[in-house]
Design a protein around this ligand. Structure first.
Ligand code: COA
Length: 169
């Protein structure tokens, strides 16, 4: 089996606005979004400008060999919960990139933020997304948010364990 490509994350920049809009309005991304609607260029520009200025929003572009292939966002809800949203560009789906992006995001959030639980709302018909999250250590919970399944990953525990193992003994 071909190993998944090496994925790196970088912070989103102003010049990512157009590609983010294109990925957001892809048919599957719309179908599985919480709103179920595409967004207009104007709404997107407003949304992007607000998110870029909000310190609780972490938005990364995933790259393979310097080419942008997807995005992942964590909205830090201030109660220790970070809500995750992910998307891979249509041409790059089904190659293991989605799960690699999520694993890279988990490592970054564990190292660089105070988020304790990562949470994703996934449409129950979105089997590919559920599988990608599971491969990054998320588990489907009993909870539901409307029609959406709730998947969680405890990153606080990982961080605590790392801190303990680094303490001089
Ligand atoms: C969901 C998404 C991010 C996944 O990224 P991806 O790069 O396509 O996913 P991967 O290639 O990492 O595949 C993940 C797993 O899903 C599996 N998979 C693919 N199609 C599947 C299907 N129809 N049913 C079940 N599993 C499926 C793959 O086999 C893989 O598992 P494996 O590695 O054990 O074989 C991407 O498809 C996407 O952007 N979709 C549209 C937007 C979206 O749905 N975003 C998520 C909203 S919560």
């Amino acid at each position: 089996m071909t190993p998944p490509p090496l994925v790196t994350l970088r912070g989103a920049r102003d010049d990512d606005a157009e590609r983010l809009l294109e990925w957001r309005n892809d048919a599957d991304a719309v179908r599985f979004s919480v709103s179920g609607q595409s967004v207009t260029g104007e709404d997107h520009a407003r949304w992007f400008a607000t998110r870029r200025q909000d310190p609780r929003v972490h938005l990364w572009i995933a790259e393979v060999d310097g080419t942008p292939v997807g995005q992942v966002r964590v909205d830090d809800e201030n109660d220790g919960v970070g809500v995750v949203s992910v998307g891979v560009a249509p041409a790059h789906r089904g190659r293991g990139i989605g799960s690699a992006v999520l694993r890279a995001m988990v490592a970054t959030v564990t190292a660089d933020t105070t988020v304790r639980v990562l949470r994703a709302l996934v449409h129950p018909d979105n089997a590919q997304s559920i599988r990608a999250f599971e491969k990054a250590g998320f588990r489907v919970t009993m909870a539901k948010e409307g029609a959406f399944s709730v998947l969680d990953r405890d990153v606080g525990k990982d961080r605590d364990q790392r801190t303990i193992s680094r303490r001089p003994g």
